[in-house]
Design a protein around this ligand. Structure first.
Ligand code: FES
Ligand SMILES: [Fe+2]
Length: 339
C-alpha cells in the first residue's frame, strides 16, 4: 500500500510572497504554451500575452524565424503592442514614445531622443526569450538556459502516435476568470476522483471506475474508457507542467491554459483547434461548458476554505491523487532554494 502524501500547506495557496516565488521558480523557468502557430504564420505577424505577470511577445521575422521577447521597451518600459495580435511592417514600435525595434530585437531608432552622451542604441535591444514549436503549438521559455522542449513533451508525443495535428486552425477561443490560486485549479484538473461527485453529466459518459492517471516526467495522462462509443469525449486528457491541459477530441483538440494572474486569480484560456472547415459539435461545447462551470464553482469554494485559515493540510489518495502529489512535489522543488 502506498503512503497517503500530505498536501501542500494551505498558506501556499493564499500567500502573495509564495506567488512571487512561483513566478521566479516555476513560470520563469518552464516551457509555457503561448499561441498556435497559425496565428503567427505571416512575416511580421506578432502575438502578445501576459503569462504569470510577464508581458511577452512573439513575432515572425521576414526571414521566417519566430522570435520571442519581453514586451517591455528598454526606454521606460512601455509596451510594444496594443492588443493580442497583429501584423507589423518592418519594425515593432513602442506605444509610449515611439522607439522602434527590428523584428530580431535590435533598437533601430530612439525617436527624437536628441544628442545623448554615453547612449549606445546597441545596448538597448529587446530582452529575448526562447521560442520552440511542437506540433504547431508555440511554446516560450523566459529562461535562456532552459533545456529544449522536445524531451519535456516526449511522453505525450509517444501517446499521440498516429494523430496528425498538421493543418489545425483555431476554431474558437474562450476565457474564464476564476477567483482562485492557479494551483487550486491545476490540482482539480489532475485527478478524476471528483468526477462522480462533481460532474454527473461527464460521469454518465465515461467509466469513472476505470479512470486512470499516469505521471511520466512532467506529463500527466488521464485515460477513462467511454461507456459507449460515440460519446463526446475521446477519453484522453493530458497535462504538461506547469499549467497546460491538452484534451483530445477526435481529430481536433482543446488546449486549456491555466494562467495565473495573481496569487488569488487565475484565467482559464480555452483554445479549440480543429481541421480547417470543421467545427466542434455543439453538444461537445455544451458538455465542456457544463464541466467548466462545475469545476469553477468547486475550486472557488475550495479557495475560500483555504483562505479561511481553519484547514492546514490534508492527505492525498494514492489510488486517485498520485498526479496531485507529483504536482505538489514539482512545486516544492521549483520554489525551494537550490543547494
Ligand atoms: S517607453 Fe518605449 S519609447 Fe518610451
Ligand atoms: Fe472537474
Amino acid at each position: 500500500m502506498s503512503a497517503a502524501a500530505e498536501t501542500l500547506p494551505a498558506v501556499l495557496y493564499r500567500d502573495p510572497a509564495q506567488w512571487q516565488a512561483e513566478r521566479r521558480g516555476v513560470f520563469a523557468k518552464a516551457w509555457q504554451f503561448f499561441v498556435h502557430e497559425s496565428a503567427v504564420a505571416a512575416p511580421g505577424a506578432w502575438a502578445a500575452e501576459t503569462l504569470a505577470g510577464f508581458p511577452l511577445l512573439v513575432v515572425r521575422g521576414h526571414d521566417g524565424v519566430l522570435r520571442g521577447f519581453h514586451n517591455v521597451c528598454r526606454h521606460r518600459a512601455g509596451p510594444l503592442s496594443d492588443g493580442e495580435a497583429g501584423v507589423c511592417e518592418a519594425v515593432l514600435t513602442c506605444r509610449y514614445h515611439g522607439w522602434t525595434y527590428t523584428l530580431d530585437g535590435r533598437l533601430r531608432a530612439a525617436r527624437d531622443f536628441g544628442p545623448a552622451e554615453g547612449f549606445d542604441p546597441r545596448d538597448f535591444g529587446l530582452l529575448p526569450i526562447r521560442v520552440e514549436t511542437w506540433r504547431g503549438l508555440v511554446f516560450v521559455n523566459i529562461d535562456l538556459d532552459a533545456s529544449p522542449l522536445g524531451p519535456v513533451v516526449a511522453p505525450l508525443e509517444r501517446r499521440l502516435e498516429g494523430r496528425d495535428w498538421n493543418g489545425l486552425t483555431v476554431m474558437l477561443k474562450r476565457s474564464h476568470a476564476m477567483g482562485c490560486n492557479w494551483k487550486t485549479y491545476v490540482e482539480n484538473y489532475l485527478e478524476g476522483y471528483h468526477v462522480p461527485a462533481m460532474h454527473p453529466g461527464l460521469d454518465a459518459e465515461i467509466d469513472s471506475a476505470r479512470y486512470e492517471v499516469e505521471v511520466e516526467g512532467r506529463v500527466v495522462v488521464h485515460t477513462a474508457p467511454l461507456r459507449e462509443p460515440g460519446a463526446v469525449y475521446d477519453g484522453l486528457w493530458a497535462w504538461l507542467w506547469p499549467n497546460l491541459g491538452v484534451n483530445i477530441y477526435g481529430q481536433g483538440l482543446m488546449l486549456e491554459r491555466m494562467s495565473p494572474v495573481g496569487h488569488d486569480r487565475t484565467r482559464l484560456d480555452y483554445i479549440y483547434l480543429m481541421p480547417a472547415g470543421e467545427t466542434v459539435a455543439a453538444e461537445t461545447l455544451a458538455m465542456s461548458d457544463q464541466v467548466v462551470a462545475e469545476d469553477i464553482w468547486i475550486v472557488e469554494r475550495v479557495q475560500e476554505n483555504l483562505n479561511a485559515g481553519v484547514y492546514e493540510t490534508g492527505r492525498l489518495s494514492p489510488r486517485h491523487e498520485g498526479a496531485v502529489a507529483a504536482f505538489q512535489a514539482f512545486v516544492r522543488d521549483a520554489v525551494s532554494p537550490g543547494p
